[in-house]
Design a protein around this ligand. Structure first.
Ligand code: ATP
Ligand code: MG
Length: 208
């Protein structure tokens, strides 16, 4: 197992891959702050609120979003509907004590547009944090994950590793480690108990 970086960006192979649940585990594991720079669908969705509920950590660990968009759509479309343009220069890491651990959660996957020019991948390379890729455990994940890793490397991003999420399928994890030349940092099954205590137990059990 490789060591987790203390500051990292969590992306996924797709929306709903489990970035928020894994971010909650990583926030506990690193005793970190959590930051979701771009949140779509704020009237119903808040990953910050969800990670707070999942971890039970105090409010001060949760940094304010840079963009809070009304519609539950891709950021570029949701921003256009709200009449704003997402500016990558306006998305800077919040001021924290030096070396304070930080978990940053993206939206969707790498190729999600933020405006008419930039993708989530551009934000990742600007922030310059090592990237953890959350991948589904089941059929289809090898292709999605290897494509995601290839795109990260082509853009010059540092890949910290992959975390598999869902019913364990070790052959998929092995194939991703082998073809992706990447550490599979953890394999997290479906968790029956999403309370803070359940998350703490899962963190101790599954996160290195
Ligand atoms: N390991 C898990 N155990 C139990 N439930 C899970 C697990 N992983 C994901 N889920 C559930 O699946 C759904 C999608 O997961 P999650 O919200 O973490 O995805 P996401 O990648 O953050 O999505 P988005 O792109 O909207 O941010 C949620 O309802 C979450 O609670
Ligand atoms: Mg999420």
């Amino acid at each position: 197992m490789s060591e987790l970086p203390k500051r990292l960006f969590v992306t996924g192979t797709d929306t709903d891959a489990g970035k928020t649940v894994i971010s909650a585990l990583l926030t506990l594991a690193l005793d970190a702050h959590y930051w979701k720079p771009i949140q779509s669908g704020v009237n119903t969705d808040s990953d910050t609120r969800d990670v707070r509920a999942l971890t039970g950590l105090p409010q001060e660990r949760f940094l304010p979003e840079a963009y809070r968009l009304t519609e539950p759509l891709s950021p570029h479309e949701a921003a256009a509907i709200d009449g704003v343009r997402i500016d990558l220069n306006a998305i800077t890491p919040p001021a924290l004590p030096q070396d304070a651990p930080l978990v940053v959660e993206g939206a969707g996957g790498l190729m999600v547009p933020l405006n008419d020019k930039a993708l989530m991948l551009d934000l990742i390379t600007r922030l310059g944090l090592p990237v953890v890729v959350v991948a589904r455990s089941g059929l289809g994940t090898i292709n999605h994950t290897l494509l995601t890793l290839a795109a990260l490397r082509a853009a010059g991003a540092e890949v910290a590793g992959v975390i598999m999420n869902g019913p364990p399928h070790p052959a998929n994890a092995d194939a991703i480690a082998h073809f992706g030349r990447v550490p599979v940092l953890a394999q997290v099954p479906m968790l029956g108990d999403l309370s803070p205590q359940g998350l703490k137990n899962a963190c101790a059990r599954y996160i290195p």
